[in-house]
Each structure stands twice: as C-alpha cells, then as structure tokens.
Design a protein around this ligand. Structure first.
Ligand SMILES: [Zn+2]
Length: 498
C-alpha cells in the first residue's frame, strides 16, 4: 500500500515540478495522524516546559561510486549551525552524533525517485538519531524532502548552498510533523485575476481556502491559526523587508493580503524566512517529547562552545616529511572532535583543498600526498554541539623527494604488482611483491579521504610474497595501498566498483 501511495505521489510530483521549473520541497502534502490528533487537543500534550532538548543527528554524505563529489564538511557545519540558530527559540539543540557517514553510491547521490531515496535511507539510517542525507540530486527534482516511510530527510547540496539557507530547518519542520503554510495549493498556480475559490484540491481531497479573518483557520491549510493564509506553492517567491510577499493576494471574501514568507514552512526565498509561529513551535516540541522519545535518551552533552585553538606538535612550519605525515596537536578543553584540512594554498581556498576530515583523537596520518609539494594544513577543535566554534591553528610542511618512490628505486624489490586494480565489489584483489631477500614490509589500506581502513600486513616478508585484499566489507570507491618496504613508501591505487 505504501508503495502505491509513493508511486502515485512520485507521478504527481513529477508533473508538478515540470510545470514549475523551480527546485522546491518534495515532502508529500499529507497531514500525519499524529498532527491531526495533536491539533484537536494541543494543550493535553506535554512539551517539557522550557528545558533545552538535545537531539542527535546523523549526517550522511553521499558521493559517487568512485568516492567523489562529497559536500564539504565546512559547508555542512555552516548549515548545521544555521539549523541550531533557527531552532533556538524552540529550546531544541541538535548535536552531530558519531562520525559523518560517507556513502559511495552514484544511484543514491543523484536519485530520481522516492523508491531510490527510501532504499538509501533504509540501508543507512542509524536508529535513535535524526537521519539527514546530503545528496547531489533528490527525488523528483526536489531541493529536499522528508520521507515518511523511512522517517528521514534528504537535502541537495544546491539547496544547502543558498546563502542563509534554511532547507534543513524546513525539512526538519516536516520531520516534526509541520505542513506547508499553503497546504492544499500544491500544483495549483494562484491566479490574482480570478476570484479566489472557496476550496482547492491541489492533491487528494478538496480543502477549504484559508480566510484572512481566521474563521476557518483550524480546517484550512496547515490547521494552525497563527500561520496566516498563503496560496503560493511555486518555489521561491519574493518578499519585502518585512518578510511578506511582494505579490498581493485576495481571499475568497476578496480581502487583500500578502503571504507570510517569514515562515520557514512557506515557499518564500530563503532570505525571507526567519521563524516558526508559536503554534508550530509548540507542535514541534510536543512531537519531539511525545512521539520521538528515542531521540531524547541522551541529554548529557557538552553545552559549552570551544573557544581555544589547538597547539600544533607536528609537522611544524615548513618541516620536510619523507613519509606519510602524521598531523598532531595538543588536546583542547571541551573539544570532542577536531577538524583538519590540507591545502595547496595558505589562504585555504576551498578549490585548492587537498584533504579534510574530522577526528576524535589528536592526530591523523595522511596518505596519498604527492612528492615535492609545499602543503598548508590547519586544525580547529570543536564539540559536536557547536561545530562552528573554535579557532584554526595553521602550519605547513613540505613532502620530500622519494616519499613515494617507485618500486624501481628499491633494490631488493624485483616487482610489485596489484591486480586487478579495478575490482568488482566482493571480489578479491592481490598484491604480489617479488623480493630478492627478506625485508620488513608494511601494507595499509587507505580510503579516498586518506584514512587508514586496515593494516593488511606488518612483518618480515621474502621471496614471492602474496597479499590478498578482500573487498566484501568495503564500500565502493577509490582506495590506496600504502606499502613500506625497507623504510621506503610506495603506493598503489585501487578502485572498487559496483
Ligand atoms: Zn516542504
């Protein structure tokens, strides 16, 4: 049954969005039973007073099969901190739970259907957290949507790149039961030159058109009486400085009004949005407290932003490194994570970023860099409740000659071959090292982000040494084998595909 509904919705969404040619929200306009019950008796629902409620969020970052195209971490943080700012009046603070979850799958990265999005969510969501997926393209061309089957949200990088973007806030509004302020007008283009009808049937059954005098506010549109009439279902309408639409509308009584673009649940441009109404706020808290207790099991989080910066231990300014460098710094109070970045430029322009990542400890080893390059690196301590606070400390290093010497340079090695180096997922690759005499050998598997996935071998090797690399438990994408023979590093690229 659910599938039928979804196919139906996907179909009408496609028609709707083709007509609009604008990125909008793909959340199905179906009021949940929970919201219907709540709106019938809002005062009977507990809302936990004005206690700050902490909600764990899992951030899933999709990329292509080859492990490229990820949304940058600093951009995720910017959006996440905007989300927390937007929810501050509600007494809700989100924190990033666990590690960012990188998913390499081109079909999900740019998915066109709800079914594909549902599969992505079902196979990756972490229980007890609010699952948010960042994708390149979302179902039916939307900028984002709440998937009620999987109970998770997806957002496109394009929508998140909007200055002062509130897409995450909008989709989490849906997650916590809210509907669009123009509910009922989906796929209907409001026409100011025609008399406004008494009812609209955007999708599903006809709904009364909300009047300016508030006489039908409980049964029309979103059912909240403090969200005024709004008939504008086309993406991104313009507003004046007060947040209300530039366009003048008239209700069925021919009373003129402007739509409230200040509401996060409207389709006004992001820059217009600045609040949830008091009734929406109460509903969100009630939904969290009564319907989503599994998100509230951990209320002990670090609620103090990190203000200090980290002291760098190594490599220090302009140091030359001759093997995969380990970046190391001193621990910082209140920080439970560290963001590091390696760049070709000292201004850390995003287009010259070589590597970035988050670690919970105070060091990370970076594999896969090039030889004879001057790299700049920096580290910023933070805690997962305030990922935008904390100051960068900057340093640089030079990679030395012979850092990843080709095997020709190592006398005891006759041959070093990885085959196949493009491996079908689940198949086994093999590294063959032909050695003249016994040597100390180390073999590490490194992922596309330069993180060590596993130690494949460490010890003495001789003769025709064979090392199998099982790919069964590895996600698709680009990897390196970092191989150290007699103190010399060699690397080999390996691509795992679906
Ligand atoms: Zn929406």
């Amino acid at each position: 049954m659910k599938n039928c509904v979804l196919i139906f919705i996907a179909l009408i969404f496609t028609l709707n969005l083709k007509a609009q040619q604008t990125q909008t929200c793909g959340t199905p306009p179906i009021k949940s039973e929970w919201l219907k019950n709540y709106q019938a008796n809002p005062d009977t629902y507990a809302k936990a007073g004005d206690t700050t409620l902490y909600v764990p969020v899992t951030v899933h970052i999709t990329g292509t099969d080859a492990g490229t195209g990820y949304y940058p971490i600093e951009d995720i943080f910017r959006n996440f901190c905007q989300l927390n700012e937007d929810f501050e009046p509600l007494g809700i603070r989100f924190y990033i739970e666990g590690d960012l979850n990188y998913i390499n799958n081109s079909a999900w990265y740019a998915h066109e259907t709800f079914e594909a999005g549902t599969l992505m969510m079902e196979l990756n969501k972490r229980p007890g957290t609010l699952n948010s997926f960042i994708v390149q393209g979302a179902a039916v061309g939307a900028g984002g949507y709440y998937n009620f089957v999987s109970d998770a949200v997806a957002m496109t990088m394009g929508s998140m790149n909007t200055p002062m973007g509130h897409i995450w806030t909008h989709e989490l509004g849906h997650y916590f039961s809210l509907m669009h302020t123009f509910l009922g007008w989906e796929s209907i283009v409001y026409n100011p030159n025609e008399p406004t009808p008494e009812t609209v049937s955007g999708w599903f059954s006809p709904r009364p058109v909300e009047r300016v005098d508030g006489s039908n506010c409980t049964v029309a549109a979103d059912g909240f009486c403090d969200t005024p009439p709004d008939y504008l279902s086309e993406g991104g309408f313009d507003c004046s400085e007060d947040g209300f639409s530039v366009q003048l509308l008239k209700d069925p009584d021919s009373i003129f009004f402007r739509a409230d673009g200040g509401n996060y649940m409207s389709y006004a441009r992001d820059i217009c949005n600045s609040y949830f109404s008091p009734e929406q706020q109460a509903a969100v808290r009630a939904n969290l407290v009564n319907n989503r207790q599994d998100l509230l099991t951990n209320q002990i989080v670090i609620d103090t932003p990190v203000t200090a910066s980290a002291i760098i231990l190594e490599p220090t300014e302009n140091e030359t490194v001759v093997e995969a460098p380990t970046l190391e710094w001193m621990p910082v109070e209140n920080a439970n994570r560290y963001y590091f970045e390696i760049s070709r430029l000292s201004n850390f322009s995003p287009s010259f970023r070589v590597r970035e990542g988050i670690v919970s400890g105070t060091s990370t080893t970076v594999y896969g860099l090039d030889e004879n390059i001057n790299y700049h690196w920096r580290v910023r301590p933070f805690n997962t409740t305030y990922p935008c606070e904390g100051e960068f400390t900057t340093s640089s290093f030079m990679t030395g000659e012979g850092m990843f010497t080709d095997v020709q340079g190592v006398e005891v090695v006759n041959d070093l071959v990885l085959y196949p180096n493009i491996v079908s997922a689940g198949k086994t690759a093999r590294l063959e090292v032909d050695l003249d005499e016994p040597v100390e050998l180390q073999i590490y598997l490194i992922d596309a982000k330069g993180r060590k996935v596993s130690t494949l071998f460490r010890g003495k090797a001789q003769g025709n040494f064979l090392q199998d690399i099982q790919t069964t438990s590895l996600s698709t994408g680009l990897y390196w084998l970092a191989i150290q023979v007699e103190g010399v590093w060699v690397q080999r690229k390996m691509l795992i595909f679906d």
